[in-house]
Ligand binder design. Structure first.
Ligand SMILES: Nc1ncnc2c1ncn2[C@@H]1O[C@H](COP(=O)(O)OP(=O)(O)OP(=O)(O)O)[C@@H](O)[C@H]1O
Ligand SMILES: [Mg+2]
Length: 234
């Protein structure tokens, strides 16, 4: 479904992504793990075309995403939940969710998707008219995910959804990720929480300073000595 081939990204003179290749097949949860500054967010931003790559190719459903504008990428079925949530703080929960459907015109289906999001995240329904800036961190994460689902994505790009959340909420978010995937949405999950990410995913890639240093079935990575030592001992 999504193929990233020999991707290079520069920030000025800084070579942040140095030839990264990976694939996400339809129906999978694939995780990209790595520590601070490894380049995880950079890769997601480049897929969404918020950042320009300096080399390589990104293909989605066999179409090259080069020169496709970010809003067209959303229309094609790629939805990005950025690091730090980035909800619109001055808008209500309801308005934020409507913003997620901005590329769509099918009013009846939008309304039914809104109901589905409220069913998945009952807390959002309860806070429908509350401004998003007053939500707790976990609620903002739910809102960001709900907003992304409002574009009916084929693939969801999640950038550190568990960051800064209390353990119980982390459980809840990972359960929701599994459930969204069960309902047919493919997921590319970026996480520093390698243990959780590998438990929920089918396949994983380890990113270190802009390069993939290990990859494989998540169950194998969980048993890999190097991965264990660097990412799972805490
Ligand atoms: N706008 C920018 N200008 C210059 N350098 C940047 C910029 N954004 C990111 N970088 C650099 O690119 C590298 C990768 O950053 P990126 O944000 O992708 O890492 P990350 O893996 O998402 O880290 P974290 O887990 O902390 O979110 C880092 O060295 C960072 O300093
Ligand atoms: Mg990041």
């Amino acid at each position: 479904m999504l193929k990233v081939k020999d991707l290079h990204v520069h920030y000025g003179a800084i070579h942040a992504i140095k030839g990264v290749s990976f694939e996400v097949a339809k129906g999978e949860i694939v995780t990209l793990i790595g520590s601070n500054g490894a380049g995880k967010s950079t890769i997601l931003k480049t897929i969404s075309n918020i950042l320009k790559k300096s080399g390589g190719d990104i293909l989605f459903l066999d179409k090259n995403l080069e020169a496709v504008e970010p809003h067209k990428i959303v229309e094609m079925g790629i939805s990005h939940v950025p690091e730090g949530r980035r909800v619109f703080p001055g808008l209500t929960v309801y308005e934020n969710l409507q913003m997620g459907a901005y590329t769509r015109k099918d009013k009846v289906e939008i309304a039914s998707d809104l109901e589905a999001v409220y069913k998945r995240f009952p807390r959002l329904k309860e806070r429908e008219n509350q401004s998003a800036g007053t939500l707790s961190g976990g609620e903002q994460q739910m809102l960001a995910m709900g907003r992304a689902l409002m574009s009916r994505p084929k693939i969801l790009l999640l950038d550190e959804p568990s960051m800064g959340l209390a353990p119980l909420l982390v459980d809840e978010i990972f359960n929701i990720i599994k459930d969204i995937n069960k309902n047919g949405t493919t997921i590319l999950l970026v996480e520093q929480n390698a243990n959780r990410a590998l438990h929920v995913s089918n396949k994983g890639y380890v990113l270190e300073t802009g390069k993939i240093t290990a990859s494989g079935k998540s169950s194998d990575l969980l048993n890999d000595d190097k991965v264990k030592e660097a990412y799972l001992s805490a």
